[in-house]
Design a protein around this ligand. Structure first.
Ligand code: WTA
Length: 628
């Protein structure tokens, strides 16, 4: 067999994308083969139109006739050191039973199910059970609180919620069931709530509640999978954008799974002997794609860790990797920065020699953190794949591809687009910029993992992603290509924050602040943070007659934790008399960001909205005067 270089593979892929992606799709199990690889009715793509398949067959049934059947699919480890292992057969049986349990509750193809659970194997079981029935899952990150949950349930109009009596975080109980109970009075679509016993928490039972273990006990061991169209929505995952309301990113089945199968092979070079440790939470897209669907399709053994990286000690990832012999570690720059702060002695006290490949995702990685990862964790033997992608892209878009070819690494660069992905860096007019020039990252043609649309809002889908540059997908990131063609990600070009890798929208946070009774107006900005990447800084205008006190500050922070979730806690809260706005009434977030970052606001000429410099300066001076 001749070995082809990445460049050759990428060239072939772009010369005939239909042929290329069609070949990748042959790696899935299809009930009926597709008629056409791609129906492209811009900006709506129908990948593998005419094909029929089921995602749970691709993750489970496909292994039942091979020696993968009795191999560990999931090794679960908790914060307190408990472990559980499920083989592919056990997982298959569990998913079948839970699918039957959901069926008994009336769940069928096309229904939506909200999953609000801790990181336990039952979370992927619930997702795969939905997929088996052709129901669309909507997983809500368990770090979100009541209002965030209510909004997501109501937007999806979910029929069933799957939750647990609690989870644990840093040794403390997270009372998920209580949050669900609070949501029920304002989520009329919900008919049943399935509750897993996980935390031994004495929860209140309501009329809609069904115990997970009782539902499973009654269910039979095999559930006939529902064959769905390739474009059938496998899941909705809510994510933050530049508007107040989170967007329901909707992913299909055939295209999404094809993208994952291919990228997992190319980027991670998945081998049957691998033990894959992805530290993401399943509540975010990395967990959906590279903890649930990709590794299971490939028949890999994966590690699922439930807990904080630094509790009870700042060594959890190293301890878990050593204990279970992880070969690939896929984590975030935030986690690495946190570990780096504690020094080398901690990781050096573990045997990490099983590792062969390291990956990062979610934020730009600083070159010094990259070097630390390479030297201290990988002992200069393990390549690093820096993978750039988004909830919307479904799978990895830019990354080194160790399963195809080794290209020299550059610390801090995501290197190149994966084969079949046509990316570029463009200026305001959409023209490709010269090497070394900062511009906007774009994708110039459809790819199989791309979102189908936004749930219930095709117009917003068009406007958000396909209207900024004619005929191109706009992800909202700044980037540059260097003289060797390597891509460097330079952060968000819009009002989206990445706080400890979690994606949050400034407008979404502002609406949460003003939902507090004492707050009239709010503006949120991100400030660079040495560990978390970005920290949340809030500028709040209290209502007339409200005293700007520390007590109010505490109350407002508590309000955010309760409504959006602890991940949205601001680092600093300033009370101001007025917010700086443009003539057209838009909050000057960029100015606030400079103020919060302590930057000199020299480049205010680059401010958006054509704001006059004098106006900006005046607003800034006023703001400084009123800061307390
Ligand atoms: C950022 C996470 C730099 C980027 C999978 C993107 C990155 C957003 C990288 C999507 C990376 C993700 N280097 N930035 N390797 N990976 N990002 O939807 O701003 O939670 O647009 O998906 O994270 O975040 P999301």
């Amino acid at each position: 067999m001749t070995v082809r270089t990445l460049e050759q593979v990428a060239k072939e892929a772009l010369a005939d994308p239909d042929r290329f992606w069609g070949r990748q799709a042959e790696n899935l199990v299809w009930h009926r083969k597709w008629d056409r690889v791609l129906d492209w009715n811009p900006p709506f793509a129908r990948w593998f139109a005419g094909g029929l398949l089921n995602a749970s067959i691709n993750c489970l049934d496909r292994h039942m006739g091979s020696d993968t059947k009795n191999k560990a699919a999931m090794i679960w480890e908790s914060e307190s050191g408990e472990s559980r292992t499920l083989t592919y057969f056990q997982l298959y049986r569990y998913v079948n039973k839970f699918a039957n349990a959901l069926k008994d509750l009336g769940v069928k193809k096309g229904d939506r199910v909200t999953i609000y659970m801790p990181m336990v194997p039952e979370l992927p079981v619930a997702m795969l059970a939905c997929a088996r029935l052709g129901a669309t899952h909507s997983v809500v990150f368990s770090g979100f609180s009541s209002q965030a949950l209510v909004d997501r349930i109501n937007d999806a109009k979910s029929k069933v919620i799957v939750t647990a009596d609690g989870g644990f975080r840093k040794g403390r109980l997270v009372d998920l069931k209580k949050v669900v109970d609070e949501s029920l009075s304002s989520t009329p679509s919900v008919e049943h709530v399935v509750v897993l016993k996980r935390a031994g928490n004495a929860v209140k039972s309501g009329p809609k509640d069904v115990w997970w273990h009782e539902a499973i006990e009654r269910a039979s061991a095999y559930c006939e999978p529902e064959m769905v169209e390739s474009t059938h929505p496998l899941f909705i995952l809510y994510t933050s954008g530049t508007t107040g309301k989170p967007k329901g990113v909707m992913h299909g089945t055939g295209g999404y799974l094809t993208h994952l199968y291919a990228t997992a092979k190319w980027v991670f070079d998945f081998k049957k002997t691998d033990v894959f440790f992805c530290t993401a939470d399943i509540g975010w897209v990395t967990g959906h794609s590279y903890m649930v669907y990709a590794p299971l399709m490939h028949g890999l053994t994966e590690i699922m860790y439930d807990g904080a990286p630094d509790h009870p000690a700042p060594d959890r990832h190293w301890a878990v990797a050593e204990k279970h012999g992880a070969t690939i570690l896929y984590t975030t720059p935030t986690a690495l920065r946190m570990y780096m702060k504690y020094g080398d002695a901690i990781p050096n006290s573990f045997d990490l020699s099983s590792l062969r490949l390291l990956g990062t995702v979610g934020e730009p990685i600083n070159p010094e953190v990259w070097m630390w990862y390479f030297k201290t964790i990988g002992k200069e033997r393990c390549p690093i794949v820096d993978t750039w992608w988004q909830t919307e892209t479904g799978g990895i878009m830019l990354s080194a591809c160790t399963g195809i070819d080794f290209v020299p690494m550059k610390p801090g660069s995501a290197t190149f687009p994966v084969p079949g992905v046509d990316a570029a860096v463009v200026d305001e007019e959409g023209k490709t910029v010269a090497p070394g020039t900062k511009g906007y990252l774009v994708v110039k043609r459809p790819w199989p993992g791309m979102l189908l649309s936004l749930w219930g809002d095709d117009e917003k889908y068009k406007k958000t992603y396909w209207s900024r540059f004619e005929g191109m997908y706009y992800p909202g990131d700044y980037a540059l290509a260097d003289s060797d063609g390597y891509l460097w990600l330079l952060g968000r070009a819009d009002d989206v924050l990445k706080v400890a890798g979690h994606r949050l929208g400034t407008m979404e946070l502002e609406s949460a602040f003003v939902s507090h009774r004492a707050i009239a107006e709010a503006a949120v900005a991100g400030r660079p943070d040495a560990t978390k990447g970005e920290a949340i800084i809030a500028f709040l205008v209290p209502k007339e007659g409200v005293e700007k006190s520390d007590a109010l500050r505490k109350e407002v922070v508590e309000h955010i934790r309760k409504t959006v979730g602890p991940i949205a806690s601001p680092d600093e809260v300033y009370f101001v008399g007025k917010l700086p706005k443009t003539r057209s009434g838009k909050i000057m977030r960029r100015l606030l960001k400079s103020i919060a970052s302590g930057d000199r606001i020299g480049d205010i000429t680059t401010l958006e909205d054509g704001a006059a410099i004098d106006e900006v300066k005046q607003a800034y001076d006023e703001l400084k005067k009123t800061l307390r």
